[in-house]
Design a protein around this ligand. Structure first.
Ligand code: PNS
Length: 162
């Protein structure tokens, strides 16, 4: 069985992430979406909330599994016996960071872990979780960025009634 891991912060998941998830799940037998438990960041949603949101948002894709991880991605991937990482590339600005991560992971894993990049669909090229949070914090319209139930949860976090 060919499995891949799609790691990320997903704080929160956007339509851009969901587009990558659908496309990667159509290629691999199993796609493990893995939420990074990053103690250095103060997220809007807890890891448990993000896992729950992702499970809900991907409930119609049978070969998707949602988990969380902490520590090095190479260690987590090795524990799962998975050798492919999936990441999305929105623009050239993502490239340097992603290239560095991919090469670091390949080096740390002694060649056992490769990264496969999906170019973001054009309609989501502008989209990031950070932008979504910024717009929502000012009460702006994020209905084109995230599923309805996520939109509701974000506004609740900011104490904004819509
Ligand atoms: O959604 P993000 O925040 O861009 O995801 C970044 C992520 C989770 C893929 C990356 O930070 C990561 O893999 N972190 C785990 C720690 C690690 O393995 N670091 C070394 C590789 S660069």
């Amino acid at each position: 069985m060919k499995s891949a891991i799609y790691p990320g912060s997903f704080d929160p998941v956007t339509y851009g992430h969901l587009d990558i998830i659908a496309r990667a799940a159509a290629i691999f037998d199993e796609l493990i979406i893995s939420v990074l438990n990053n103690v250095k960041k103060t997220p809007l949603f807890s890891v448990e909330e993000r896992v729950r949101i992702l499970k809900d948002a991907t409930k119609d894709i049978p070969n998707v599994k949602v988990e969380s991880f902490s520590g090095l991605l190479v260690d987590y991937a090795s524990q799962q016996d998975v050798h492919v990482i999936v990441r999305g590339l929105r623009a050239i600005t993502d490239f340097e960071y992603e290239l560095q991560n991919a090469q670091t992971n390949r080096l740390l894993s002694r060649g056992a872990l490769d990264t496969m990049f999906f170019t973001t669909s054009l309609e989501y090229a502008y989209l990031s979780s950070t932008t979504v949070k910024e717009i929502a914090s000012f009460g702006g319209n994020i209905s084109d960025c995230v599923p309805d139930f996520v939109e509701k949860m974000i506004f609740e976090k900011y104490g904004i009634r819509k």
